[in-house]
Design a binder for this molecule. Structure first.
Ligand SMILES: Cc1cc2nc3c(=O)[nH]c(=O)nc-3n(C[C@H](O)[C@H](O)[C@H](O)COP(=O)(O)O)c2cc1C
Length: 187
């Protein structure tokens, strides 16, 4: 049951302390990511560590999107708060990385490579939370203008853009639905 407790305690964090993540912890996070399952053990993902130039450009995209959302008077308060925190330099996260799926040559690979890259992302986030490091999976990473910023080639896809660091504050856990309401019995 320890693993279930760990899974439940991972939290999306939107405001970070500036303290850097120690290299030993980064090593463990990426090692955990590599142990994700993948078709024929292809490990079809790469980690793009985001430097200040790319970070600034992606932040500009996020801020432009936030401006659009802020113009909506019906914007739910939690979303407004989340955007406010993130548009301030991604909540001050000291580390950002994109997990990029490699392009597959076969149709099945094209479907399954991003799926397995997503499991690598979850491994990475869980390994981080084992060291009290918070993470956020940022939707802006899926925006098409991010591709040229990161130099993504045709067939590859940005599976996740993550911001990571020690939390400035940890939000309460959003509740989950009962898994039984997500089950279908297939005869
Ligand atoms: C693909 C993906 C994209 C997400 N994008 C955003 C985002 O752009 N901004 C944000 O505040 N949270 C984002 N999240 C985080 C979710 O809001 C969060 O996972 C969810 O509310 C559940 O909270 P928890 O991760 O703390 O359990 C994203 C999560 C996923 C998986």
């Amino acid at each position: 049951m320890e693993i279930l407790q760990h899974i439940k305690s991972r939290r999306t964090v939107r405001r970070f302390k500036p303290d850097p993540i120690p290299q030993t912890v980064l090593d463990e996070m990426f090692e955990a990511a590599m142990w994700a399952p993948s078709p024929a053990n292809s490990q079809p993902w790469d980690f793009y560590v985001i430097g200040p130039e790319a970070r600034g450009k992606i932040l500009g995209l996020l801020q432009a999107k936030a401006k659009e959302f802020f113009a909506d008077p019906d914007l739910p308060e939690p979303k407004r708060k989340a955007l406010e925190a993130l548009q301030a330099d991604f909540g001050g996260a000291p580390y950002m990385v994109a997990v990029v799926s490699r392009g597959g040559s076969e149709p099945m690979e094209q479907i399954e490579y991003p799926l397995s890259a997503a499991t690598a992302v979850q491994n990475l986030c869980l390994a981080a939370s084992a060291h009290d490091i918070g993470s956020i999976w940022l939707s802006v990473g899926s925006a098409p203008p991010v591709r040229p910023i990161l130099g993504i080639k045709e067939g590859e896809s940005v599976v996740a853009l993550l911001a990571l660091g020690y939390p400035e504050d940890v939000p309460p856990a959003p509740p989950r639905e009962d898994y039984r309401t997500h089950m279908k019995e297939i005869p």
